[in-house]
Design a binder for this molecule. Structure first.
Ligand code: SF4
Length: 349
C-alpha cells in the first residue's frame, strides 16, 4: 500500500494483481511476501519486470523500503476491488474489516530481546518509526498498530498520547510484551479507547513466574474483562535448535501448562505454531491444541478431551495415542475454562 501510494503520487497508475494470469498486463510488477512458506511459481520470480522483497523471501535480511516509500501514506484504496470480490462471495464483515475500517502502521519498530525465532532477532532496540499522521487516514474510524515491542520504546508515552488525542479506537495487533509492563504502562494503555481485544505474548515457559506476576498486576490495576485479553502462545520452537526426541513431549506439556495459567486468569490463549510443528511426529497434537484454543467458543465450553471426542476421527486418535504414550499429560486434558477460572487461586495472587 505504501508503494502504491508512492507511485500514484509520482503520476503512475497502480492495481493490486489478483492472480498470476494477470501479470502480463503491467509494465512493472512488485511482489511482496510476508511468510517464508508461501509458494510463488519460480517462473514468476525470474520475470524481467518484477521486483520482489519482504520477510517471506529474505526473512531477517530483507532490504528495507527506501525512506521516501517507507514514509509515504499507504494507498488504502488498493484493496477495494479485492474487497468487492470477497463481499460478493458472502464473507462476513469481520474478514475484511482491517481493509475497510483501519489505518494501519508502525508507530515504533524493533525490539531489544533478540529472540532467535523472531524476524527481529538482529534488532537491538525499539525506536519511533512512523509518526501517526503519516499513515492515519482521517476517514477511517480505527487504528491498528503492528509494532514489534511498543512499550520498549522510550517515547511510548508521548506516542500513546498522540493516539488518544485522535479519539479513535486503537489496537496493538502484535503481542505486547507483558514482561516489561509496569502499572504506568497498563494504566495508560487501558485509559484510552481500546478496540476489540488486547494481545500479549507468553512465548517461553521459563517466564512463567514473571507472567503470573504481570497478569496479577493487570488484574489489580484495571477493571477489564479478562476474556478480552488474548495471549499468543508460541509452540514447537526448540531454543537449543535440536528438535530431538525429548523435545516434543516437553514442548506440548509446556504449551498446555501455559494454556492452564492463562485459563486460570480467564484469558484466552492463541496458539502460534512454529514451522517445525508441521513435521513433528506429534503434528496431530499441535493441530488439535491449536484448533481447540484458537476457537474461543470451543475453548470456553469444552475441555481438550471433550473437544477431540466431539470432533472424532483423527482428532480423537491423535489425543488417545499421545495420552497412551505419555499418560502424564492427562492432567491437562480435562481442564475446563469455567472451572479453572473459578479455581482462580491456582495461580492468581
Ligand atoms: S520479544 Fe517479540 S518482537 Fe521482540 S524479539 Fe522476541 S518475539 Fe521478536
Amino acid at each position: 500500500m505504501k508503494m502504491s501510494g508512492f507511485f500514484k503520487k509520482e503520476g503512475h497508475q497502480t492495481s493490486l494483481v489478483q492472480g498470476y494470469e494477470e501479470i502480463g498486463k503491467f509494465d512493472k510488477l512488485y511482489l511482496s511476501q510476508v511468510f517464508t512458506d508461501t509458494c510463488v511459481p519460480p517462473k514468476v520470480l525470474i520475470l524481467g519486470n518484477l521486483t520482489y522483497g519482504g520477510t517471506g523471501f529474505y526473512y531477517d535480511k530483507a532490504p528495507k523500503l527506501p525512506d521516501e516509500i517507507e514514509h509515504c501514506m499507504p494507498d488504502y484504496g488498493l484493496y477495494d476491488a479485492y474487497i468487492e470480490k470477497i463481499r460478493r462471495y458472502g464473507e462476513s464483515d469481520s474478514v475484511y474489516k482491517f481493509y475497510t475500517d483501519y489505518s494501519i502502521g508502525f508507530l515504533t519498530r524493533g525490539c531489544f530481546r533478540q529472540c532467535s525465532f523472531c524476524v527481529n532477532r538482529n534488532s537491538t532496540r525499539s525506536v519511533p518509526a512512523s509518526p501517526l499522521e503519516e499513515f492515519m487516514d482521517e476517514k477511517r474510524k480505527k487504528l491498528c498498530f503492528l509494532d514489534d515491542n511498543f512499550f520498549a520504546c522510550p517515547e511510548w508515552e508521548s506516542l500513546l498520547d498522540k493516539v488518544m488525542e485522535t479519539g479513535k479506537r486503537y489496537q496493538f495487533r502484535q503481542g505486547l510484551d507483558l514482561r516489561i509492563m509496569q502499572k504506568k504502562h497498563i494504566e495508560k494503555l487501558f485509559s484510552g479507547k481500546l478496540d476489540d481485544k488486547v494481545y500479549f505474548a507468553f512465548d517461553d515457559i521459563r517466564d512463567k513466574d514473571l507472567i503470573i506476576r504481570k497478569l496479577d498486576l493487570l488484574h489489580e490495576t484495571v477493571e477489564v474483562k479478562m476474556k478480552y485479553i488474548r495471549v499468543y502462545v508460541l509452540c514447537g520452537f526448540d531454543r537449543v535448535g535440536k528438535w530431538g526426541n525429548g523435545f516434543w513431549y516437553q514442548d506440548i506439556r509446556d504449551t498446555l501448562e501455559r494454556v492452564k495459567i492463562l485459563m486460570s486468569f480467564g484469558c484466552f490463549p492463541y496458539i502460534m505454531r512454529y514451522e517445525k510443528c508441521w513435521t513433528s511426529p506429534y503434528y496431530g497434537m499441535y493441530t488439535v491444541i491449536s484448533r481447540w484454543c484458537n476457537q474461543p467458543a470451543q475453548f470456553k465450553k469444552k475441555s481438550l478431551r471433550e473437544f477431540c471426542n466431539l470432533q472424532g476421527g483423527s482428532s480423537k486418535r491423535y489425543l488417545d495415542e499421545f495420552e497412551k504414550e505419555y499418560p502424564q499429560i492427562s492432567e491437562y486434558l480435562d481442564m475446563k475454562y469455567d472451572e479453572v477460572v473459578a479455581d482462580g487461586a491456582l495461580y492468581r495472587g
